[in-house]
Design a protein around this ligand. Structure first.
Ligand SMILES: CCCCCCCCCCCC(=O)SCCNC(=O)CCNC(=O)[C@H](O)C(C)(C)COP(=O)(O)OP(=O)(O)OC[C@H]1O[C@@H](n2cnc3c(N)ncnc32)[C@H](O)[C@@H]1OP(=O)(O)O
Length: 194
């Protein structure tokens, strides 16, 4: 089964996404936006350690290898972990727009079981932008970038101001992230470049 709900259909007046002039070049690794992010942070021992590379336009590719800590059924990836990998992949697209945005809605199709040890090869793109709403889609394949589809998702991200994190995040982590000596990560977390 596939196809997304009405909430994920862009309105008729939606525009095409515009790649930010300072977006990383195609093929370049995006790196982690936050040391302790479950999706991409190197400081998260059970995290996904997703590796994301910029693509052409407002698109990217990402890889995630399923480890034993990611199991649901014996020897198989947990569906929630796969959804998290899709969420992180899709969320990374916003760096190519230089927009801070959070997931409002994520609709996932689980097409085939994904065993422990398998690498998922994701490709994702922003399809439309309407005001604060960013529409995007991702596919995850196993066995290689052209392998069979295992998961896919459509999502709606909503642009927010940096205050979203400052107002809602726990103080100690916010403060530590603001003091992060890695300027790129700090910029990704706390600055919006229109
Ligand atoms: C620091 C690192 C950075 C970089 C981070 C990079 C990687 C991030 C990791 C992956 C991403 C995540 O997991 S992010 C974490 C998971 N997500 C969250 O925690 C978000 C929790 N939700 C919220 O905070 C809020 O609901 C918001 C911000 C999404 C929306 O609230 P709001 O700002 O008050 O806006 P609101 O007026 O309600 O909605 C604006 C428009 O969007 C539509 N809209 C809102 N939600 C939905 C929805 N679920 N489904 C359909 N449509 C929706 C509304 O109808 C409206 O349309 P119209 O009337 O204008 O037409």
């Amino acid at each position: 089964m596939s196809g997304s709900s009405a909430a994920l259909q862009p309105p008729a007046d939606a525009g095409k996404p515009i790649r930010h002039p300072d977006a990383p070049a195609p093929g370049e690794l995006l790196g982690a936006h936050y040391e302790h992010c479950f999706g991409c942070g190197p400081g998260q021992p059970h995290g996904l350690h997703l590796e994301v590379r910029a693509g052409e336009g407002v698109s990217l590719t990402a890889e995630f290898t399923v480890r034993p800590v990611h199991q649901g059924a014996p020897g198989l990836a947990h569906g929630g972990v796969l959804a998290a990998a899709l969420d992180e992949t899709l969320g990374s697209l916003n760096w190519l727009l230089r927009t801070i945005a959070v997931t409002g809605r994520l609709e996932t199709d689980f097409v085939r079981p994904v065993p422990v040890g398998a690498t998922l090869f994701f490709s994702a793109e922003v399809t439309a932008v309407a005001g604060r709403k960013i529409y995007c889609t991702a596919t995850g394949r196993v066995g290689g970038p052209d392998g069979p589809v295992a998961v896919r998702a459509d999502a709606l991200f909503i642009e927010v101001k940096v205050d979203h994190f400052i107002d809602h995040g726990r103080r100690e982590e916010i403060q530590a992230a603001m003091n992060d000596p890695d300027q790129i990560r700090r910029t990704r977390a706390f600055e919006v470049n229109p």
